[in-house]
Each structure stands twice: as C-alpha cells, then as structure tokens.
Write a protein that binds this ligand. Sequence first.
Ligand SMILES: *Cc1c(COP(=O)(O)O)cnc(C)c1O
Length: 219
Amino acid sequence: MIADNLLRIQNENPQSVQLVVVSKTRSQAEIMQAYETGHRVFGENRVPEMVEKSEVLPQDIQWHMIGHLQTNKVKYIAPFVSLIHSVDSLKLLKEINKRARQNDRVIDCLLQFHIARESEKFGLDLSETGFLGEKPFRDMQHVRICGVMGMATFTEDENIIRSEFKSLREIFEKLQSDVFNENPTFREISMGMSGDYKLAIEEGSTMVRIGSHIFGPRE
Ligand SMILES: *Cc1c(COP(=O)(O)O)cnc(C)c1O
C-alpha cells in the first residue's frame, strides 16, 4: 500500500515537483517500504527522532528537517541534514552556519514564512527579512538559502488555502528579484501537504511534503 500510494503520487505530480515523504511517527519498516520504491527524500519534524532514524536507516537517505527547530538542537542534525525547511530567525541561521562550519559543510535552508491565519504556526513575515541584505548574513559561508516554505491554514475553504499559497509565491518572487538577484540557487517553494498539495502545485509549489496520503492517518 505504502509503495503504491507513493508511486501514484509521484506519477500524478509534475516531474519538476520534489516529493518529500513525511516519515514522522512512522516505523523503520514503513519507511523502508517507501525507500524500496527508490525514493530517498524523507522529512521529519523532531530532532531526536530524525537523528535516531538516520543512524539505523540507509545512509543514502536525504533527511529534511520540516518542523520548528530550536537553536540548541541544531548541533545534532548539522552533520547530516540535507535541507532545513524551517528557518524562521537570524539567530537560528547563525547557529546553523556555525554548526555547518564545524562540520565542514554548507547546509541548504529554506526561509519559513507565516502565511496561515492560525497564530500558532511558525514563520517570518516579509517585513522581518531585512537581515538578508545585511553584513552578518552576507558573511555566512556555510548556509545556502534555496527558497521559501509555508503552511496554509487548516481549513476546508479552498479560497483561503489558495490565497495563502499565492502569498507565499509572491514573497518568493519578491525575494528572488530584490534580494537574491535571480540567483538560480534560490528556487524552491516548499508548500503543500496531504490535504492541499494539488492546490499548492497549481499555485507554483516546487516541493510538496506528504505523510498521511502515503502512510495512512497518524495515530
Ligand atoms: C506533518 C507535516 C507534513 C505532512 O502532513 P500530512 O498531512 O501527513 O501530509 C508536512 N509539513 C509539515 C511541516 C509537517 O509537520
């Protein structure tokens, strides 16, 4: 079932859209069913769980951190994380840069924006991105900002979801032209989950994060 679901989603999505299989709470056996289809990109939202899985599962898995990341936990994932979707402060970015340097790596990151109506969701506002033009950020040699990430409101109302995805795309385009000067490294829009990824793709998503549509509902 897991393999069938994954392959069906892969076949339906445009090739240009990267699927991140969200494996939080799933067992090693479940993850291996997805892995055996050839899929290598998995997303986790908790540091201890991601570290534990990275130690026991195949080494060629690319682990994406998709959940809120505390500064004091960055050191545990810095040796291996492939992409951090949830950068929401300059303080966090500085810590990622420091830990990446200690590991002799450059860590790819996305800036998470707050686009939903729910106040408990994390993320920056466009007005808080001034640091991207300033020296402390420009001096960071060990992080690479590859795009943006956001989560829509949990609602049945497609108009709300669509307008939130549109707003993330507008933020992306503004940063792409005004801050990143069309640098091709800045290219990802991570938006869309099991309930809303089709809308997200219509609105320009380049990366969808899907868990329950592949593995079934979480406990
Ligand atoms: C859990 C989670 C997902 C996937 O959710 P599903 O509804 O199971 O597809 C995507 N993004 C983030 C940030 C998550 O925490």
